[in-house]
Design a protein around this ligand. Sequence first.
Ligand code: ADP
Ligand code: GLC
Length: 474
Amino acid sequence: MGGKILSVASECVPLIKTGGLADVVGALPAALAPLGWQMRCLLPAYRPLLPHLAGMTEVLREADLFGGPARVMAGQVAGLDLLLLDAPHLYDRAGGPYSDEAGDFADNPQRFAALSWIGARVAREGVAGWKPDVLHGHDWQAGFAPAYLRYHGTGGAASVITIHNIAFQGWADAALIDVLRLPKTAFTPDALEYYGGLASLKAALVTADAITTVSPTYAAEIMRPEFGMGLEGVITARAKDVVGILNGVDAAVWSPALEPIPYSSDTLGEKAKTKTALLKDLKLKVKGPLAILVSRLTAQKGIDLALAALPEFLDAGGGLAVLGTGEPAFELALRALAARYPAQVSVKIGYDETYSHRLFAAGDMVLVPSRFEPCGLTQMYGLAYGTLPVVAAVGGLADTVIHASPAALSAGVATGVVFHPVDALGFAGALRHALRLYHDAPIWAKMQQQAMASDLGWGRSALQYAGLYQRLIT
Ligand code: ADP
Ligand code: GLC
């Protein structure tokens, strides 16, 4: 058992992060190592990562990678076995991984085709005596990597693509097919063609040896039109190669025992101290439960449902602390809510890792009213922190939270509130239910203990990935 895996991704904690993808890519190597799988991560050398290159060794070169020279640098960074793709014409620029203030970078197809191309080369040829058994790509950014293996030779490497979010498909104009080094003969509906264009995620779904996504429920959902975002037919055609493997929580990063006022399920009184201090700092006066919302502010995350449902919760004495960035209309609407309830609502627009930890430690409940959620990590952080999740019954939210139904309460297994239908009325009802539970102190404390006892680690999921790799190489 065991072998070598090349992980190809656009984000990785602690180096670069815009969402849960980074948490997962950063956690997998340590989760797999004890099972005998050595995982190296290939990432673009974005501008903020350039200082790391100084301590690294060049292991591969390409004279012209979509318009300029490139090299792969290898080394240990922040505990990770890293390969950085240094291609200044593609990655050395201001802004985030995908965009700047002016919007998405126009050359994103080339930027991530380049990452995928180099991933395929490393898998096919190996670098400095290290040759992976499996290339494991994440999301559309790595989507062309399995396609390059298929059309330019695998060198014996198998491939896996993990879908973290099928809404992002890596669309590219059909005219780029030559530029992207893809064969025109494969521009057919059963291969690369997608609604008249190209989409790197579709390319992966038709060429990878195996497909995973980040929860069992999402694996089933994306075979249906309401969740498949146009790719449901492609997924369904490969149903026997699709598996849902839940994400885990990295307890070295997300644990109430590591917070400034540490606590455990036996010392929940300590948790209350963080709440009191936070409310004081935010100048809030809240007698009831403090709900937190830590999220990208987009339609996926059901922010509009929250805006519609929250006034009733606030009128009943609840409080709300928001941390997020995203669509300006949601930012404005949340600020307006804070203006309407100045003593109960705090809204911080921005991205702040430290503050997010403080909110999970201080909150009584975490709100996740997503329209769709492939896995979701914040509800799992909520479970780990005894900050009970109130979540929509979709994807990984449904797979990780046990609804406080009468049956679950009497069986002593409830860990949160799960609502359906996923609309504003459903969410308002869920908040009402959560308020009632909160005001029944013994029940609430019991649920917190159950939540904190949930098995959230990477252990089980790492075994599933390991089993998949093993099947692919034997
Ligand atoms: P997604 O990847 O779809 O955004 P997840 O729940 O899987 O959703 O992961 C979101 C991750 O990003 C979590 O680690 C969460 O704590 C973090 N996060 C989201 N928004 C912010 C923010 N404004 N500041 C700090 N962390 C954030
Ligand atoms: C995506 C999904 C989220 C998932 C994360 C990590 O960003 O939206 O649900 O938890 O990837 O897999």
